[in-house]
Design a protein around this ligand. Sequence first.
Ligand code: ADP
Ligand code: MG
Length: 631
Amino acid sequence: MAVENGMESLEFRAEVQQLLRILSHSLYKERDIFLRELISNASDALHRVQFVMLTEQDVLDSDAELAVRITADEETNTLTISDTGIGMTREELIENLGTIAHSGAMAFLRTLEEGQKLDDIIGQFGVGFYAVFMVADEVRVTSRSYRPDAEAWTWTSSGDSTYRMGPASKATRGTSIEIQLKEDAKEFLSSWRLEQIVQAYSNYVSFPIYVEDSVANKQTALWRQSASEVDEEAYEDFYRQLTMDFDPPLLHLHISADVPVEVRSILYVPGNRETGPLRSRTDYGLKLFSRKVLIQDRNKELLPEYLRFVEGVVDSADIPLNVARETVQASRAIGHIKRALRGRLLRAFEELGEEDPERYQTFWEAWGPFLKEGVATDFAGRDDLLPLLRFSTSVSGDGLRSLADYVRDMKEGQSNIYYILGDSPQSVSRSPHLDAFRSNGWEVLYLVDPLDAFMVQSLREFEGKALSNVDDPDLDLPETGSEPESESEESAAQLGPEAFGRLISRFRSILGERVVEVRESKVLKGSPCRLVSSESGPERDMQRVRRLLEDDYEIPAKILEINRNHPLIRNLARLIQIPASDAFVDLTVEQLFENLLLLEGLHPNPVQMVSRIESLLEQAVAASVPPETPA
Ligand code: ADP
Ligand code: MG
């Protein structure tokens, strides 16, 4: 550390140096966002001092107006942004503007490399302050903390590898940022231009922002206005300023209630999921105000966890300022608000589903997994979530169906809701389990998302109809004419009980302990066989997930059901009478069994089947060639 006329020189971390190089040497069109970032910091600082004043006695300048001031000096080519916020001590200046940023800088640089636009992301990694170097040759931050005994300090840097610290004289509380503008950044001296930027990015900052002597922002607490006074555009603007997400939200909700607790709130459902993980540093939660005073930036208690994709603000006069200390009063008020917000949101989702199915599909694709998590975790409120679920089904085509759709279209004699678990709609649609359902015209829900297995354990019935897995051994399906499909006269002959019995024993001896039983199927139509679960209970719905998650998980043995009318089975029964075919029969039975594991999504290693299939093909081809054919 070098000391020179009272100023000491310190070095930025390597990541910050790299970030600064990018910012000061590149030509970004959207340079005006530097002002948004500085105002956002000033606003944070004002909120924090406002809070401190309500909870602590000794605050410097407690009468000062809470505001941001922007002034420009054309002669010196400088722009100054000052606030009467919480201020920074010497240590805080070093920490906040020097040290702390390096991890954010790293994450930021990585995201930038992935092709994200700089202006979309700079505020999200705790490096927003540095955006000032897009327009500055030099920056001087002078700050005085609210603590009465703190002294003023100054931080300066020209955006290279170092910054300097030194004592300063500043009589008033807060922070002042003096920017020596670059030659090509003089546009930011114009009041008109400054006002325009404030209105575009910072209109809803709740403190006055003075450009020279007049207030440039609306500073309305939008959520405290009545919904009829607020137009769509204002809601979208506010969303953008709140989240830095530049895509419009899918849905907004303006809530106003006075009993049992006072609450004013605006909630948003973002349009796409990608905005979520990117906003990593701040993570989730709602902004909590009490009479417009910001109490918590990211409150997680106001919504059930599965609704964490919702963004917004909540303001309640009934929340005490020391909410963080978990007083009984606070938690009671929070509990009331949570119930109200949850109820309103779920109702809004349901209405969207009824009124605008197309939009709802977008909503479902982005946020459906969170609602499924809700079904699995919100025991008391599960029934409110069920109308929101959507499924691909055996009749849905490209669309999605709700449980209500399913129940409405149930066929006569059908008392259960049926589902099949699997890996994709394409794979489950080929499942032998669906044979009987297809011929009866009964619908089957496709549960093909790994989350579905968790969800269905908590989803045992809907409107009094039990949910039932199609691999149930005791499926109660109506008999439909199970005539074998058109075949030559001879092979269509019924397989006698004796021959069928022999075949079943043969299956048993080949498969051994891999099956608990081999028996005739009453439900199969076009498929030769299927596997059904011998055990019931939720555990079996989890088998697929466990196989994915646990390397050494062994699938419990199942019951093999055989379709005695299927030509393959009938011919196999004939073939077992010929001793010379033993090896071929063994391979065929093995392969039939493994086909079923594959169809169930339970096969540990499908590639293993290839050599057996080749061997079967070899024999089938050989058998098909007439003896006199030349080679
Ligand atoms: P972020 O605002 O996301 O934390 P920034 O790079 O914008 O990241 O700011 C870094 C930190 O510097 C802030 O968290 C805050 O502690 C401090 N800071 C910046 N500007 C001010 C200000 N005007 N008043 C008080 N503290 C400030
Ligand atoms: Mg910031």
